[in-house]
Design a protein around this ligand. Structure first.
Ligand SMILES: Nc1nc2c(c(=O)[nH]1)N=C([C@H](O)[C@H](O)COP(=O)(O)OP(=O)(O)OP(=O)(O)O)CN2
Ligand code: ZN
Length: 124
């Protein structure tokens, strides 16, 4: 099994209710994102998939989130834009883009500060 990891980032604003009271105020984070994909087989070039392809997909997803008020995006109307749900959104979006049944998203970690992150492990 091989696992590739791509690092990316976006800046956005959000409000969270039902968490710490300070989070109900409009505020922002510079999220750092780790995206991992896995698979068993290397291609004829000796790679699982070109890093460039995954970077391109992840960049597209980051552009949807960057400098947005996340609560106003349709996806987060039902599920609050916590770091957990952001990780789910990024993993689900990437899954739809990967056009290779041998490659799956293994985990996505969203760091909202230097000392706090949430990781989502999509089901197999
Ligand atoms: N499980 C989660 N808990 C919290 C989330 C989250 O996404 N998942 N988010 C928040 C808020 O975004 C809040 O802005 C961050 O709160 P917190 O880490 O408590 O505060 P600071 O950034 O000020 O960090 P300090 O370490 O206290 O300086 C809250 N919880
Ligand atoms: Zn926050």
């Amino acid at each position: 099994m091989f696992e590739l990891k791509i690092l990316s980032h976006f800046s956005a604003a959000h409000q969270l209710t039902m968490v710490a009271q300070k989070c109900e105020n409009l505020h922002g984070h510079n999220w750092h994102v780790e995206v991992c994909v896995k698979g068993d087989r290397l291609n004829e070039a000796g790679v699982l998939i070109d890093f460039g392809i995954i970077k391109k997909y992840v960049k597209e997803i980051m552009q949807r989130l960057d400098h947005q008020f996340l609560n106003e995006l349709p996806y987060f109307e039902k599920d609050a834009p916590s770091s957990e749900n952001l990780a789910v959104y990024i993993a689900s979006s990437l899954k739809e883009m990967i056009d290779d049944p041998g490659i799956t998203v293994s985990r996505v970690t969203a760091w909202e500060s230097d000392n706090a992150s949430a990781t989502y492990f999509p089901p197999a």
